[in-house]
Write a protein that binds this ligand. Sequence first.
Ligand SMILES: Nc1ncnc2c1ncn2[C@@H]1O[C@H](COP(=O)(O)OP(=O)(O)OP(=O)(O)O)[C@@H](O)[C@H]1O
Length: 276
Amino acid sequence: MSSTAIIEVEHLKRTFHIGRKASVAALDDVSCVLRAGTCLAVVGESGSGKSTLAKVVVGLESADSGAVRIAGQEVRPTTARRQLRERAALVQMVFQDPQGSLNRSLPVSATIDEMLRAHRPDLDKRGRRARVLELFAEVGLTERHADAKPAALSGGQKQRVAIARALAAEPKIIVLDEAVSALDVSVQAQVLELLKRLRAEHGLSYLFITHDLSVVRDIADDVVVMRAGRIIERGTVHEVLDDPQEAYTRLLIASAPRPGWKPRRGLRDALMGAEA
Ligand SMILES: Nc1ncnc2c1ncn2[C@@H]1O[C@H](COP(=O)(O)OP(=O)(O)OP(=O)(O)O)[C@@H](O)[C@H]1O
């Protein structure tokens, strides 16, 4: 496995001010590394700062201090089109709800065509159509799916379109924010298989935000555990999930649904009681 860093996050801080007096430290001195060609999972309960970390990494959200370097280049929030396009060619994001990037009244191929217009100026209309069909085939969809409106596709198929859209920019990194969380378990397994295959075939690296530890075991190499804006434990998936050092991580693992699991009390209650 490669040990070259493709994303380096250093001492990120981000505080949100709510009203005049209240504030929440969404990121409180967060540092981590995504190694090229690997998958780094970010886990933690709701509100622990996972999405804020993902957004700062892709430049959708700014940090108060700290640094993010992608392929050695520092990332700063920008509205400059050229810089946004350069960033998008390096890192793409896939969200939990694929609906956001789809226009209800257009065939789903339109969203890929739009991406190709931005990132493949060398292709004419016919070339883009051929590439759209290639990308659909890569994610296990057909021409019939490409020409369908979003409403005619299942959740799993729409998420495959979102992945094809990300691939259209030919990125090195994909940030996935709860990208398989809304899918049924069997569909989830298929999309995870697809992501693993694409990672191998394209040499991709994944920053994988999830609250689901079974997904982490399936796809990730390394994992960081976040709590209240801080990384409280980190290591390989094997180290963290099989030999957790922190009480909070042990509770996350103990509270994760698995066959035969019966909830005794709310995860939140249990986690609130965990020692920091
Ligand atoms: N734009 C915002 N304005 C105010 N507070 C925010 C904003 N974005 C996030 N927060 C707060 O920052 C903290 C971290 O939020 P974040 O969405 O990063 O957590 P998360 O771990 O991704 O949670 P979830 O799994 O529920 O999405 C939360 O307390 C949240 O309420």
